[in-house]
Design a protein around this ligand. Structure first.
Ligand SMILES: [Zn+2]
Length: 162
């Protein structure tokens, strides 16, 4: 727990056009392993962006720039105490085989708005894709995050470089 330093972008790693809800995420992450969950004490994301662009909060948080215990989301081992995690629904092709940037236009607009609001409240925050987190071994969120950030006008200092 400390000062908010990172906004980490994720995908749900699910097939294109298939909706995933807040309740699905809570179940997948916090159900005990024998019930098919990961057995985490908290879900992995603070917010989720549905296919139609709707933004839904999973773990409440305030805007004070500290990550308090009650605000923690378990999205990327090692940096959760200084991070907020946002996820869009998708990330796989329809056959659920290949990684793919499946963001709908509506999801892109919401994600851009979300990123820019975070920058407004936290001008020093660094934004990254899950795959950029040290040792993540992931491709999540399955698009080039620094390139996308540059394309929406995010300053270089706010774009995490691994
Ligand atoms: Zn991820």
């Amino acid at each position: 727990m400390g000062k908010l330093k990172y906004l980490v972008i994720h995908c749900t790693d699910t097939p294109e056009e298939r909706e995933v809800t807040k309740d699905d995420i809570i179940r997948w992450h916090t159900n005990p392993k024998h019930l098919g969950g990961r057995g985490w004490n908290r879900p992995g994301y603070s917010d989720i962006i549905y296919l139609d662009g709707e933004l839904v909060n999973i773990i409440p948080f305030n805007q004070d720039g500290d990550v308090d215990g009650w605000e923690i989301s378990n999205g990327a081992r090692g940096i959760n105490g200084v991070s907020r995690h946002i996820v869009y629904v998708g990330g796989k092709d329809k056959a659920n085989k290949k990684s793919k940037d499946t963001r709908t236009d509506e999801q892109k607009i919401t994600l851009e708005t979300y990123v820019k609001f975070m920058l407004l409240r936290h001008p020093q925050i660094q934004i990254l894709g899950h795959y950029q987190a040290p040792g993540s071994g992931k491709t999540c969120p399955n698009f080039d995050v620094p390139e996308w950030l540059a394309s929406i006008g995010v300053a270089d200092k706010n774009s995490y470089k691994s």
